[in-house]
Design a protein around this ligand. Sequence first.
Ligand SMILES: *[C@@H]1O[C@H](CO)[C@@H](O)[C@H](O)[C@H]1NC(C)=O
Ligand SMILES: *[C@@H]1O[C@H](CO)[C@@H](O)[C@H](O)[C@H]1NC(C)=O
Ligand SMILES: *[C@@H]1O[C@H](CO)[C@@H](O)[C@H](O)[C@H]1NC(C)=O
Length: 486
Amino acid sequence: MRWPAIAMLMMIGAAAAGGREGREGGGGREALPTSRGDEIVVSHPRQDELVVLQEHANFTITLSVGGRLKVPLHGLLVLHLNEDRIAILCPKPAEQLEDCPNGPTEEGDGDVEGNGEKCKEFSVEVGGLKTAEYVLTVELVDVLGNPIRIARRHFNALVLNEIDESLPPHPVFNVIIFSMDRACQLDQLLSSVQERIVNANSSMFRWQVLYKFSNKKFGDGYRKVKKMFPWVSFHQQSNLSSSVTSAYFDMFVAEGGDAKSFKGDYLRLVDDRSPFILHFVDDMVVTGVWSVQEQVFAYRLLSLRPDVLTVSLRLHPGITRCYATGSDRTPPPSFDPEMTWNWMNMMGDWAYPMSLDAHIFRTEDHARLAMALQYMNPNTLEGQMASFCFSGNSACPPRMSCYREAKVINIPANRVQNTFPNRYMSDAPSPALLNTEFLFNRRLITKHLWDKTFDTVHVPQPLIFAVGNLQHEMSEIVREPGDDSE
Ligand SMILES: *[C@@H]1O[C@H](CO)[C@@H](O)[C@H](O)[C@H]1NC(C)=O
Ligand SMILES: *[C@@H]1O[C@H](CO)[C@@H](O)[C@H](O)[C@H]1NC(C)=O
Ligand SMILES: *[C@@H]1O[C@H](CO)[C@@H](O)[C@H](O)[C@H]1NC(C)=O
């Protein structure tokens, strides 16, 4: 479901302002006095929440209306879900205008129940939600339908049985991010995850970073980035807490595997309860929005089609070159209706399913290999996986899939010309320099890369730091919907 750009901007504005509900003056109409008691506050769903529902279950909307708000003569307090009016509350659910009590009445004794600053709380049960994006609008309107107060909530619903009966209550996507000496770029990646992956911070995802550093300064970088992303679990290589474990790790150790090895660390993070696994490396950036519908597409495809090995977030039909092999002619394949192709006949990145750059695998398939192969770091892990799934190996599903646009790119920082808005560097900054900048509170931005289309999956791009409090200024430009009338 697509929303007009303006509506999206308004919702983003509301989110940036902490979801505060305001008043919306209807074109020159008399506005009620602003006070704490004259707002409409939606407490459930939260802004941008991912609501996970069992099929046929009801969904409860909870809101409170300030005691000072009055429903004027023949006015209404109504709820809309997208375009549909789902309930009239004034103050009790009423089908008819005549059922609504008439106003106006004395101060503190409005037609909406409650007195003084007290609020009246409403709960509304809604059935029949589908897996989709929704906008809830609560409106207090006058007799002509002009809004006096409006509150909005954007949320996504995920209806379980519609997708997969066996979907477990655990995170659907287990994401493991590898990082070494690059807290600054890890911050850039995690910021882009937060901004571009819808519901990244929800029960859909589990985010884990497996990091290592070569000196104390780099370690300080990780201490800093840890504090900035409380929804991510950080694990230092060779120093994982013993409470972090998995069925695969237990099997590995029972078979005599070295619990202290990289393989041991890695297997602790491979969660047997999450059906899908994907990886990021710290020099990647999420550039395209990965919507709930697209997330659902990926796990539906991987659940239903055993011939598909992976869904790639980095490939898209515009990829025609391969940076890694230096090949200029790696044209895209012809796709079936579900955007899958046979990778065994292809060239370059189109023929490379086992990437750790945001390729989604079934945990079961991936873990079987991760248990059997020998590796001592992320590079050899990927290398071993890639050598196993060579063209012609019938043990590997022959097809892979991607989206129509890139969701991620990899910035090979060693080849980057780096631009700082206030100074220019002819050399690529070393990890040490980037780390020092980061320790001085400077952060790399990604907005200039959003929705850009490139013809390779590795894209040399400048690393750009925010100038001063640029990010702060940008969030202030986005206003909330009601501000015009103030
Ligand atoms: C859902 O809500 C409707 C209307 O309030 C009610 O009749 C129905 O029993 C509810 N269903 C469930 C499963 O709670
Ligand atoms: C992530 O979600 C948790 C719980 O829903 C919330 O407390 C936290 O503030 C969220 N963090 C971010 C960065 O959105
Ligand atoms: C291992 O982790 C603990 C707890 O986070 C920390 O105090 C300790 O310094 C770490 N050890 C090394 C060698 O970094």
